[in-house]
Design a protein around this ligand. Structure first.
Ligand SMILES: Nc1ncnc2c1ncn2[C@@H]1O[C@H](COP(=O)(O)OS(=O)(=O)O)[C@@H](OP(=O)(O)O)[C@H]1O
Ligand SMILES: Nc1ncnc2c1ncn2[C@@H]1O[C@H](COP(=O)(O)OP(=O)(O)O)[C@@H](O)[C@H]1O
Length: 355
């Protein structure tokens, strides 16, 4: 996979080459996403103009976002008019496109946002759902390294994160964002950015009491804040506005990271971001009756929800191959789609299959 960044004069054809390349890569199963003036200057970099300083900041942010994409396994194809050329790292990946969505987890420092987000990312990726965690560690050290913790900087931090998450969602990767995000208006802005693009947005409040966060003091920052060597620390000398209507509230006291994560998984299942567990049961029972009837069904599966089911199917003596493309569909729609595909492959009528 070659590294890619196109530069040139406006109208030189950079964007169309990038689009062609994106389509080519995606059609061959290589996740790729084009970043250009259209999707970056209208969102993430809309507060930048065209002075030399702003152009430099524009490219710096693009390079940082491309790095995040590369880190998530998506080839970033950047088309910009710019004299500041920097090579972008591109990591080929076996991940496939999936439906878009954005998950925003917020809470005090030490609440458990990052732990839950990591666990959730691993859960989703292991099930073939491309996901990538954005947090203070990978964002504040790169894209947002020119921001601090004043209310204004926190607002800009969340705005940029929401814009980057929107790009991730647009590329087909679930963006899992863990930020303290102490101000309601900033969270509302993040929600609005997604709603305007018709992207699902879930706000998860990791509700861990301040005294617990403080006793965890995972980074030793509460101690410093109490001693006064850090100013404006959330929960100590800066306000934390509790979310009024989050999509989910999770607790972390008296339960493990896995248990807390499972509650978020359930939220995503309920909203059909990930497949319902019952789909697996349905497929297995259908396959069993199908193979009983015809001995050699030919089926090809894509994006199976649970690895246990894949193993059970692959191990099945009568099954060689299966096709199901499972996007953002309801259980009933998936069922219809499955039956339709089986009909194409055989002369079996759905009513026969259902018996
Ligand atoms: N003043 C102050 N207040 C709060 N947090 C501070 C501060 N200074 C540094 N840190 C560390 O930075 C992490 C929070 O960054 P965020 O980007 O999530 O903050 S915000 O959403 O812009 O409010 C947060 O990381 P987490 O512990 O992972 O939440 C802190 O470790
Ligand atoms: N159920 C739980 N969910 C999340 N974290 C938990 C849970 N129980 C204990 N913890 C611990 O709390 C700490 C949370 O730290 P971290 O995830 O870095 O928080 P944050 O990202 O909100 O600052 C970790 O040490 C983690 O192991």
């Amino acid at each position: 996979m070659s590294k890619s960044k196109s530069f040139g004069l406006s109208g030189a054809g950079k964007t169309s080459v990038s689009f062609e390349l994106e389509a080519y890569l995606v059609s061959r199963g290589v996740p790729a996403y084009g970043l250009d003036g259209d999707n970056v200057r209208k969102g993430l970099n809309k507060n930048l103009g065209f002075s030399p300083e702003d152009r430099e900041e524009n490219i710096r942010r693009v390079a940082e976002v491309a790095r995040l994409f590369a880190d998530s396994g998506v080839v970033a194809l950047c088309s910009f008019v710019s004299p500041f050329s920097k090579q972008l790292i591109v990591i080929p990946s076996l991940l496939t496109r999936n439906d878009q969505h954005f998950h925003f987890s917020l809470g005090l420092s030490g609440a458990g946002k990052t732990s839950v987000s990591f666990e959730l990312e691993a859960y989703l990726v292991s099930r073939g759902v491309p996901a990538y965690g954005l947090d203070g560690d990978n964002v504040r050290k790169g894209l947002n390294k020119n921001l601090g913790f004043s209310p204004e900087d926190r607002e800009e931090n969340i705005r940029r994160v929401a814009e980057v998450a929107r790009l991730f969602a647009d590329s087909g990767v679930v963006a899992l964002c863990s930020f303290v995000s102490p101000f309601s208006k900033d969270r509302e802005m993040a929600r609005k950015i997604h709603k305007e693009s018709d992207l699902p947005f879930f706000e998860v409040f990791v509700d861990t009491p301040l005294n617990v966060c403080e006793s965890r003091d995972t980074k030793g920052l509460y101690k410093k804040a109490r001693e006064g060597s850090i100013k404006g620390f959330t929960g100590v000398d800066q306000v934390y506005e509790k979310p009024e209507l989050p999509d989910l509230v999770v607790k972390t006291v008296g339960c493990t990271v896995e248990e807390t994560t499972l509650q978020v998984v359930e939220l995503l299942e309920e909203n059909r971001v990930i497949l319902l567990r019952q789909l697996g049961d349905f497929l297995l029972s259908l396959l069993q009756s199908f193979s009983k009837l015809f001995q050699f069904p030919v089926l090809l599966f894509q994006q199976l929800p649970h690895s246990g089911i894949i193993n059970a199917i692959v191990a099945h003596p009568f099954i060689s191959f299966a096709i199901i493309n499972i996007p953002f569909m309801s259980f009933g729609e998936i069922r219809m789609d499955f039956l339709h595909k089986l009909r194409l492959l055989t002369t079996v009528t759905p009513s026969k299959l259902e018996t």
